[in-house]
Design a protein around this ligand. Structure first.
Ligand code: PGA
Length: 256
């Protein structure tokens, strides 16, 4: 049985006051997160604040991105060891916004994934097709290419710990969610791809769905056999929505 994960991706949102209020509300309901892993990924500059607020709780702080390089002349970058000092273990990599707006390539995502694994941390590797690619029937081809590049660059021993997030680009921030069936099809294909490398790791790997997950659609998505939780953007900024999504993941685990 895999432990589900709900990860909040705050993107470039928040401020000291709003962060404190949101975390306080999330922690109030922490008893509802039994049996799952919950993390929030604030902008890097708030890592220390959020890490302090979460100290001693069941909710962990994660990162939205990190440098593949250890240290040195990389202006504007944040290293893994810096994030680790503030308790970060999980790092979102290859989010479609980074791929589309900051030109991150499959190779860069793979390089970063390798660095995260080498640091003993956990990459949350995002893959997903655009609407155009889906309509051209290329969904599985695209997500397989994206994941394959990562699989080729990380050690097999680290594979089971890696988290994958299937995030169809057309569903991100649009209010248009993939149906549970559409998502399940892709999740099963991704797991099969991992199984070609290591069947045991594939059965243990958590594959999250992301793209307009909300309190209403979460339960149905999480009920699917290969959907092991969610990577939540917009709804992770609203305490009630995020808490309900975590509750849905915990509930799916009990009944699933
Ligand atoms: P969304 O974003 O939930 O706002 O669609 C998800 C994501 O980009 O991780």
């Amino acid at each position: 049985m895999r432990t589900s994960i709900v990860a909040g991706n705050w993107k470039m949102n928040g401020n000291l006051k709003a962060n404190a209020e949101l975390i306080a509300k999330i922690l109030k309901e922490a008893s509802r997160y039994d049996g799952i892993e919950v993390l929030v990924c604030p902008p890097a500059v708030y890592t220390a604040q959020v890490s302090d607020l979460l100290e001693g709780s069941v909710v962990a702080v994660g990162a939205q991105n990190a440098s593949a390089f250890g240290k040195g002349a990389y202006t504007g970058e944040v290293s893994l060891s810096m994030l680790a000092e503030f308790g970060v273990r999980h790092v979102i990599l290859g989010h479609s916004e980074r791929r589309a707006l900051f030109a991150e390539s499959d190779e860069q995502v793979a390089q970063k994934s390798q660095a995260v694994c080498d640091a003993g941390m956990v990459p949350i590797v995002c893959v997903g097709e655009t609407l155009e690619e889906r309509e051209a029937g290329k969904t599985l081809e695209v997500v397989s290419r994206q994941l394959k590049t990562v699989l080729e660059s990380i050690p097999v021993e680290a594979l089971a710990e890696v988290v994958v997030a299937y995030e169809p680009v057309w569903a991100i921030g649009t209010g248009k969610t993939a149906t549970p069936e559409q998502a399940q099809e892709v999740h099963a294909a991704l797991r099969a791809l991992v199984a070609e490398v290591d069947a045991d790791a594939a059965s243990r790997m958590r594959i999250l769905y992301g793209g307009s997950v909300n309190a209403e659609n979460a339960s149905q998505l999480f009920a699917k056999p290969d959907i092991d939780g969610g990577l939540v953007g917009g709804a992770s900024l609203k305490a009630n929505e995020f808490i309900a999504i975590c509750g849905a993941a915990a509930g799916a685990k009990v009944t699933g």
